[in-house]
Design a protein around this ligand. Structure first.
Ligand code: C5P
Length: 413
């Protein structure tokens, strides 16, 4: 698939310092280059213990710099030029040691000298043992660096390659770092295809209370809806994200309204109108408990079982699609496990949507959960009045970008 050349014309100076995460840097170089960036690489002596300059030279297509006093390079390029010609300096992985040096302005090798000489924006992706990340000295250095305007991405919580220990300290994934770089250089939103438009998105599950501590819910993670919100914002829209309970952070710039139940979601959605586009990605519970108890239901030892009477929730999509304040474009989702296309078409007409994104939520063979529900990938069929288009399997981020591009195109046609 064609990747947007969001970094075209940008020179990224990648400084690799000596941590095990250095083994991920060829992938990082590749991710930035496929977005159009020119990537030049400096490695510290420590970094060359983990990965060879030859490898980085091959993936970047440029000579790799390691020594401050490399005769050929110093005459030809010089650290001042390296520093000056970068649109951004990206340090990945950034070790505790390198962060300490930067916080104090030491310059005893090529990498640290360039850091002092550059006036370009600096981003760092720290990677170290969780104990080192937590150490007061590292916390102090981090604050100093932030105060100097250094952008920090990660670290993530995860297992350490060396010790199997877990905690915060693992370098962010190359894709996430590349996307952070991309976001920094994001083109002017006011020129985006959805500039001046209001996009409303529902996402996540709903929680329908049984009593004050228990509820009925489903396995929706909210990932697809949140990815759509991020993509709509990137395309220039004002975005209202009406979200059921999820563990996700709201994408930058998006206005999130948090709700629990289907009824709350409907109220919040109606309140957010008018909108040019409404996307209903939430997995709304079809039923709620007719009379949720205000007291916790108790076992009394008699073996008596509580009976739950369910009542149907309002259909938010249908209510909005058939209401007086209908957005110009309405997209619904259909999570199915069988006859996906047929059910998708039925929903298109029954609910009054312009698009149905039908996806197969059948779990992997032999399992009862997993797959699209909660996962990062999605395989969809886009259904409109004109027919059904099956799309290849893509990440939820890519699905979101393409759906938003389609909506923008149709809206502006
Ligand atoms: O009928 P079904 O739940 O499969 O329909 C799915 C589509 O309808 C999704 O877009 C979902 O967000 C929306 N929906 C809704 N309110 C409901 C049920 C579903 O908005 N109560």
């Amino acid at each position: 698939m064609l990747i947007d050349q969001t970094l075209a014309g940008r020179t990224i100076l990648l400084v690799i310092t000596g941590g095990i995460a250095a083994y991920k840097t060829p992938d990082l170089v590749r991710r930035m280059r496929e977005r159009g960036a020119r990537v030049r690489v400096i490695m510290t002596r420590g970094a060359t213990g983990f990965i060879t300059p030859l490898t980085l030279g091959a993936v970047s297509g440029e000579p790799v710099f390691t020594e401050l006093w490399d005769r050929d390079v110093e005459q030809d390029i010089g650290h001042i030029r390296l520093a000056r010609e970068a649109d951004m300096v990206l340090v990945a992985p950034a070790t505790a040691d390198f962060m300490a040096k930067m916080a104090h302005g030491l310059a005893d090798d090529l990498a640290s000298t360039v850091m002092l000489a550059t006036t370009a924006p600096v981003m760092m992706a720290p990677a170290m043992n969780p104990k080192m990340w937590q150490h007061p000295a590292t916390r102090r250095n981090l604050e100093t660096l932030r105060g100097d305007g250094v952008m920090i991405i990660g670290p993530e919580i995860g297992e350490m390659a060396e010790t199997g220990e877990s905690g915060a300290g693992r370098m962010s994934e190359p894709m996430d770092i590349a996307m952070a770089v991309e976001a920094f250089f994001a083109p002017d939103r006011s020129a985006g295809p959805l500039a001046g438009r209001h996009v409303l998105i529902t996402a996540g599950p709903t929680h329908e209370p049984i009593d004050p501590v228990r509820y009925i819910a489903n396995r929706s993670s909210g990932k697809q809806g949140y990815a759509l919100a991020g993509a709509a914002y990137a395309a220039g829209a004002r975005v209202t994200l009406i979200s059921g309970p999820t563990g996700l952070d709201a994408p930058t710039g998006v206005d999130r309204v948090s709700v629990q139940t289907a009824n709350d979601m409907l109220t919040a959605t109606q309140k957010a109108l008018p909108a040019d586009v409404a996307i209903f990605a939430a997995a709304v519970a079809d039923w709620r408990v007719a009379a949720a108890s205000s007291e916790k239901l108790k076992k009394n030892g008699s073996g008596e079982r509580p009976a739950l009477t369910l009542t149907e929730n309002p259909d938010i999509l249908k209510t909005i699609a058939t209401g007086s304040n209908r957005p110009a474009r309405i997209m619904g989702f259909a999570a199915e496990t069988q006859d996906i296309e047929k059910h998708g078409r039925d929903k298109l007409t029954r609910k009054g949507a312009d698009y149905i994104v039908a996806n197969n939520v059948t779990p992997p063979e032999g399992e009862i959960v997993g797959g699209v529900m909660g996962g990062d990938a999605n395989m969809i069929t886009l259904i409109t009045a004109d027919g059904a288009e099956p799309w290849p399997t893509m990440s939820k981020t890519d699905v979101a970008a393409r759906l938003i591009a389609r909506l923008a195109h149709d809206l502006n046609a």
